[in-house]
Write a protein that binds this ligand. Structure first.
Ligand code: 28G
Length: 652
């Protein structure tokens, strides 16, 4: 039915059309209707509480995922104002929830209302996308309640009792006709709220999941604890310590920089003995993955301050060249948090800060505070600079090693490694290379493959742990060089994704601890030295079967997990084939399979299972690789289950 527009005042037409538009084009407001968009709704509501904390009035926030995927958020701020607008006769609180952009996101009393999520669209959008939503406000001596369905008011703000407390509580059920799924991921929310707590010193955030959930056997339990409480008096310092918890520290107490002003800045820096650089930047609590002007200002200042200090203290001589930024950032973990009033987000994912005035402001603040710090802590300065200098030497050695590889290549006409059994196909993206552990499995793979598009590269012997070596050692390493040459796109800063010789780089290793080890070593190598390969989705893990069930006159059944096996037994039993008539073979390694079996189970695109390695979280990945490449074995095994998303029959 058509709307009868003249029945409404101009303002209300806009209101109606606004929220209806949100339901028509939700992606425009929350990015997507996937679980990502679903989680975004929670962030939008919580951001309002965080804004109230930033304004100095809220100390506690609690988030509960209730049975039925209802979200409950509660804060102890001032409570959303309840006064009635004299013209519209609508309460301020109702306006916030029914009018697009009425949440005060555009300049409120805290001054940083722009903080809200990626889109900063606020409460009314979440309301529009909820089957139902209710708000309870305590302030002005009373308790007030209002209710909505699909964004429409079904109970205007009503005083339902007395209270001497203040605060806001919001409960909502996201609309399952809009979202693909309503299943919140506790881990995802926990991580984001931990991050917010780090970024907002002293704010206490509790999260709890009270849904029933299933464990691996499919039994309903509430065993593994799904609740957490975060409050960090140390703010970003606590963040740096958290990120470095598995690393050896050079300065146990992070270098902390804080400066208020036009663009408030907070920075924590902690050096470790690791070789990687880990800098995370935030603008108004939003992770700016693509960096931007704040990061530029930071890097510029750090490079200059350390070089100046080194020269003034005779650590680098007059004739020596300056240390480069990358030398100085080796082993550095840093978090940069700025608050910007009118942030311009650019880049592919709109997570790159564009405001040009921020560069100089951050550079000045960091220069001043860092030079003071170094003067006051000469021992830390010396330890860091020693590391920078050896990083610079290693960089020079790596450059030479790289040049040597390049020269060798051009002389011998871009040689492929001797062990590589290449494929004949001419379209690189349609081609695949299987990196196979062990010579016997390599032999089976060579015989079993489809040589038109599948290449085999066998690896053997002890693989280098890249986490414990610098670039110069890696370029020259005889185990890694075949991998670099086979992929053909260079390494490190030279890596050029457009030159890859295979669209799929598939790691095929046994389903045991040793296999997990080699997988992890290779993944670490790709993560640290060919990251675009992972980001671009070119890295896969082959999934060989664990079991074979066979019986005369019946096609063999391969099972890839213990669950598969249980299911297969069950299905066969229902078909009248009892367990004791079946022969069970358990595969201990790829080497136990003949070429045909290997093709059928692990390499045939129509039947195999590939796991695509994704990188949706650099912070988590760094933690994982640091942990994995330490001296414990068990975390390596867990890694595969936790970080690889299973993509079954990717090719069909
Ligand atoms: C529990 C889930 C989400 C919130 C407040 C507090 C105030 C507020 C929220 O004001 C309208 C626009 C600018 C003043 C502000 C209360 C000033 C005085 C507030 C929340 C009015 C919004 N007293 N707490 N909004 N402003 N918590 N939690 O949503 O002019 S939203």
């Amino acid at each position: 039915m058509e709307k009868v527009e003249h029945e409404y005042g101009a303002e209300q037409i806009q209101v109606l059309e606004g929220l209806e538009h949100v339901r028509k084009r939700p992606g425009m407001y929350i990015g997507s209707v996937s679980v990502r968009g679903l989680h975004h709704c929670v962030y939008e509501i919580v951001d309002n509480s965080v804004d109230e904390a930033l304004a100095g009035y809220c100390k506690n926030i609690s988030i509960t995922i209730e049975p039925g995927n209802i979200i409950c958020v509660e804060d102890d701020g001032r409570g959303i104002p309840v006064d009635i607008h004299p013209k519209t006769k609508i309460s301020a609180a109702e306006t916030v929830y029914t009018k697009l952009n009425a949440g005060g996101k555009f300049g409120g009393d805290s001054g940083y209302k722009v903080s809200g999520g990626l889109h900063g669209v606020g409460a009314s959008v979440v309301n529009a996308l909820s089957t139902w939503l209710e708000v309870i406000i305590q302030r002005d001596g009373g308790i007030f309640q209002m209710k909505f369905e699909r964004g429409k008011t079904v109970m205007p703000l009503t005083r339902i009792g007395d209270s001497d407390k203040t605060g806001t509580k919001v409960r909502f059920l996201a609309d399952d006709t809009i979202f693909e799924s309503l299943e919140y991921e506790y881990e995802v929310l926990e991580k984001r709220f931990r991050e917010i707590a780090f970024l907002t010193k002293g704010l206490r955030i509790k999260i709890e999941d009270t849904r029933e959930h299933e464990n691996q056997e499919g039994e309903e339990t509430q065993s593994s604890e799904r609740k957490a409480e975060f409050c960090f008096e140390g703010g970003l310092n606590s963040f740096a310590e958290y990120l470095n918890k598995n690393k050896e520290k050079i300065n146990p107490l992070p270098i902390y920089i804080e400066k208020d002003g036009e663009v408030p800045i907070e920075v924590a820096i902690q050096y470790t003995t690791a070789y990687s650089e880990n800098i995370y930047t935030f603008v108004n609590n939003i992770n700016t993955i693509e960096g931007g002007t704040h990061l530029e200002g930071f890097k510029r200042a750090v490079t200059k301050v350390f070089n100046d200090y080194a020269r003034n203290h005779g650590i680098i001589k007059e004739k020596d060249p300056n240390l480069q930024g990358e030398d100085i950032r080796e082993g550095m973990t840093a978090i940069i948090s700025v608050k910007v009033k009118d942030p311009q987000f650019e880049g592919q994912t709109k997570t790159k800060l564009g405001n040009s005035n921020v560069t100089g402001i951050v550079a000045n603040a960091v220069t001043e505070a860092l030079s003071t710090y170094l003067e006051e802590n000469p021992n830390v300065a010396k330890a860091i600079l020693e590391k920078c200098i050896s990083a610079s030497r290693a960089r020079e050695a790596a450059r030479k090693a790289r040049e040597l590889v390049r020269k060798k290549n051009s002389m011998e006409g871009s040689t492929l490694p001797g062990k590589l059994a290449d494929c004949s196909g001419k379209d690189p993206l349609a081609n695949e290379v299987y990196i196979v552990e062990g010579d016997s499995a390599g032999g089976s793979a060579k015989q079993g493959r489809d040589r038109t598009f599948q290449a085999i590269l066998p690896l053997w012997g002890k693989m280098l742990n890249v986490e414990k070596s610098r670039a110069d050692k890696i370029y020259g390493n005889d185990k890694l060089q075949p991998v670099i040459l086979a992929i053909g796109a260079g390494i490190g800063a030279d890596f050029d994704i457009t030159k890859i010789r295979y669209g799929k780089v598939i790691i095929m290793a046994d389903a045991d601890v040793d296999g997990a080890h080699i997988r992890t070593l290779l993944l670490t190598f790709f993560f640290r030295y060919m990251r675009p390969l992972i980001e671009n989705g070119n890295v896969y893990l082959a999934q060989p079967p664990l079991y074979k069930l066979s019986k005369k006159g019946m096609d063999d059944i391969y099972c890839y997990t213990d669950d598969d096996l249980t299911k297969a037994y069950k299905e066969l039993e229902e078909k009248g084939i009892p367990r004791d008539q079946l022969a069970l073979q358990r595969y201990k390694g790829l080497g136990e399979m003949n070429p045909d079996q290997l093709w059928e189970t692990t390499m045939d695109p129509a039947r195999r299972i590939l796991i695509k390695v994704r990188l949706d979280d650099a912070m988590k990945a760094d933690e994982t690789f640091t942990l994995l490449m330490g001296d414990e074995i068990e975390p390596r095994r867990e890694f595969i289950e936790q970080n690889a998303k299973y993509v079954k029959n990717l090719d069909v």
